[in-house]
Design a protein around this ligand. Structure first.
Ligand code: GLN
Length: 265
């Protein structure tokens, strides 16, 4: 009896110790997993961060205010990041480098008043559209271009790789188009007579005309377009998560609120 009691006690002790060890083992294994498995389980370029590439001379969608990039796109992206439990990181680059950078995995997404267009859909995936864009023509007061028909045979300034560049090259030929690093440089070229007009998106066009005397926007618009966020092709997990957050923000009226703040009716 005594002996079997001893054995039982040893067995019980072993079971107890084993259970405690197993529990510890499980706990130690589980902890880091459960931490990364909260709302931030999305795989991004940098863990816990949402890296957005943009081009900061495109008011009111993105522009510099002191050392910060602010604007419609940045504010929408901030709300998206918040919904996803990520910290937004905004990186400023040339417009033409945004899609290649997203494709190579340098940035999670590109948000830069970027138009969804058939050519770009070959290289990138896009979210739902969150804003409308319009291509307009900026000319000099009293200059040679007073209608879209006048553009034929004239020099057109554009920001490289934008839809303004793509459409103008298609409609008026490569030779007619002079490409600049950004809209501000194209406007300088118009002022100094290097080009006869600049084709660019309407909202930045309004800022450029307001800031530079002797320029105006032609009454007719050149093209209507939809702005959306671009992603690496095939990165469905991130695209779907961002898109879901974006559509919620649209339905909640948050996107309209931000746009109305920057573009008063
Ligand atoms: N909407 C234009 C495009 O997508 C211009 C964008 C921009 O210059 N930031 O090409």
């Amino acid at each position: 009896m005594k002996k079997s009691f001893k054995i039982l006690a040893v067995v019980l002790a072993l079971v107890l110790v084993g259970t405690v060890f197993a529990a510890c083992g499980k706990k130690a294994e589980k902890e880091p997993e459960s931490k990364s498995n909260t709302e931030t389980s999305l795989k991004t370029v940098t863990n816990g961060k949402l890296t957005m590439a943009t081009e900061s001379t495109f008011p009111p969608y993105e522009y510099m205010e002191g050392k910060d990039i602010v604007g419609i796109d940045v504010e929408i992206a901030q709300l998206i990041a918040k919904k996803l439990g990520l910290e937004l990181v905004v990186v400023d680059t040339e417009f033409k480098s945004i899609i290649p950078g997203v494709q190579s995995g340098k940035y999670d997404m590109g948000m830069a008043g970027m138009t969804v267009d058939a050519e770009r859909l070959k290289d990138a995936d896009f979210s739902s559209s969150y804003a409308k864009g319009v291509q307009v023509v900026i000319v000099k007061d009293g200059g040679a271009v007073n209608s879209i028909d006048d553009i034929k045979g004239k020099k057109i300034g554009v920001q490289e790789a934008t839809t303004g560049d793509i459409y103008a090259s298609d409609d008026f030929g490569e030779d007619a188009v002079i490409r600049y690093e950004n809209g501000a440089v194209a406007i300088e070229a118009l002022k100094s007579g290097k080009v006869d007009c600049v084709i660019i998106d309407k909202e930045p066009a309004k800022s450029f005309v307001a800031a530079n005397e002797g320029l105006k926007i032609l009454d007719t618009s050149y093209a209507d377009e939809d702005y959306a966020i671009c992603f690496k092709k095939g990165n469905a997990e991130l695209k779907n998560a961002v898109d879901k957050a974006l559509v919620e923000l649209i339905n909640e009226g948050e996107v309209k609120k931000i746009i109305d703040k920057y573009i008063p009716a």
